[in-house]
Design a protein around this ligand. Structure first.
Ligand SMILES: *Cc1c(COP(=O)(O)O)cnc(C)c1O
Length: 396
């Protein structure tokens, strides 16, 4: 039996320039983002400017995590306690968690066959719930039809927050993911597209939203030291009315992220080559279903999802175990028991009036997920895909 030996959680090392920049920050002792010399921009300031430029938006706030960015995004958007927030039922736990943290009530929306949010259900729930916010998770990098999303948001006067944890570097119809919504949030946690261990970004075009986000993030009264940020006058009232929810980024993290941002597009291309190898092999077998991705979608294949619709739960568990025995780590979004980064919506028991979403449960029941770290070569990816195929065919 052939066994794959590399680790599915081993990321690439930090670029040398990042390591050197981090050492320089440590030598200076000035790790706090506001601990600057006169007229100096800190690593965090520079990172924010560079990220805003990369995305093509005026404002960017670097903060402590992606989940934190989502939390203050909803606060800065003016969400009041008890207000409803539409969100994907198929997403990761920090998404409903951020809604809860900001006092909102999640209204879970079905997943569709293409693994994106179900647009019919979104429209129905937008209409019947009266929710004024949508936290749209581009879950596992699958970008929904953004024309339809935008038209639903317009029709129901919905404030759109994009969760771009898996779409940093992706686009729809030539428009970057994260520039459709009123606010976008990104993560720089180790398993996302840039790695500072922990970290996140909030981006927006709205002056007031940005001013509130800066205040929330714990800027004390140093908001005029933000550069990818609106003019000082915008803070006149906001400074008194906006609580400090302390969650800043520090210069050490920013220092290691800046060279990664410079290489982001190159990294995304590297992911997509690996993704394409696995996709090509798996799609040769009709028993395995990988939704065809629309031409408008430029995704980042940092992970791959596929379904085996004809399999029972028992067969899916068998596939996972046999793949694991051969060194291939698959995750299952259909398990009732939350494990590792997967959890099914009905395991988030703090949500009141949990809806029954049979379509979502059916789709998730055979949906498997695999990370594709860049430490794998394209040959590794071929080998892995072959193992998956062997195991699936053998479990029929
Ligand atoms: C990772 C992740 C987040 C949160 O990011 P953290 O930086 O880990 O807080 C939010 N949404 C999705 C879909 C994620 O995968």
């Amino acid at each position: 039996m052939t066994i794959f030996k590399k680790s599915f959680t081993q990321q690439e090392s930090i670029p040398e320039e990042g390591i050197e920049a981090a050492i320089a920050v440590m030598r200076s002792g000035r790790l706090h983002r506001y601990n600057t010399l006169p007229n100096e921009k800190s690593e965090t300031d520079l990172l924010e400017l560079e990220f805003a430029e990369y995305l093509g938006v005026p404002y960017c706030l670097a903060c402590s995590s992606g989940g934190y960015a989502l939390h203050i995004a909803m606060r800065a958007a003016g969400l009041q306690s008890g207000e409803k927030v539409l969100c994907n039922a198929f997403t990761l736990a920090p998404v409903p968690g951020a809604i809860h943290n900001s006092g909102g009530v999640p209204i879970l929306v079905d997943v569709a066959e293409d693994y994106c949010i179900d647009l019919e259900d979104l429209e129905a729930k937008a209409s019947e719930s009266g929710a004024k916010y949508l936290l749209l998770s581009h879950m596992r990098g699958h970008v929904a039809n953004m024309d339809r999303i935008m038209s639903i948001c317009k029709r129901y006067d919905i404030f759109l927050i994009e969760d771009c944890a898996h779409t940093m570097g992706a686009s729809w119809d030539g428009v970057k993911s994260g520039t459709f919504g009123d606010i976008a949030c990104f993560s720089a946690q180790t398993y996302k597209h840039m790695n500072s261990g922990e970290g996140g970004f909030l981006t927006t075009r709205h002056q007031e939203v940005m001013a509130k986000a800066v205040m929330h993030s714990g800027s004390y009264m140093l908001f005029d030291r933000h550069f990818a940020s609106p003019p000082k006058a915008v803070f006149d009232e906001i400074r008194y009315e906006t609580p400090n929810y302390s969650g800043r980024m520090d210069n050490l993290r920013a220092a290691i992220l800046r060279p990664q941002l410079a290489k982001l597009d190159e990294k995304c291309a590297n992911w997509n080559r690996r993704y394409a190898v696995i996709e090509r092999i798996l799609t040769e077998y009709p028993i395995i279903r990988i939704p065809k991705r629309p031409e408008s979608e430029v995704f980042v294949g940092s992970s791959i999802q596929f379904s085996i619709p004809s399999f029972s739960a028992i067969q899916i568990v068998q596939v996972i175990h046999e793949c694991e025995a051969r060194g291939v780590v698959l995750k299952w979004f259909g398990s009732a028991e939350p494990t590792d980064y997967t959890s099914r919506y009905d395991s988030w028991r703090y949500i009141e009036d949990m809806p029954d979403l049979p379509n979502t449960r059916t789709i998730l029941s055979t949906l498997l997920d695999m990370r594709i770290p860049l430490t794998f070569s394209e040959e590794d990816c071929e080998f892995i895909a072959q193992i998956i195929v062997d195991v699936v065919i053998g479990s029929e």
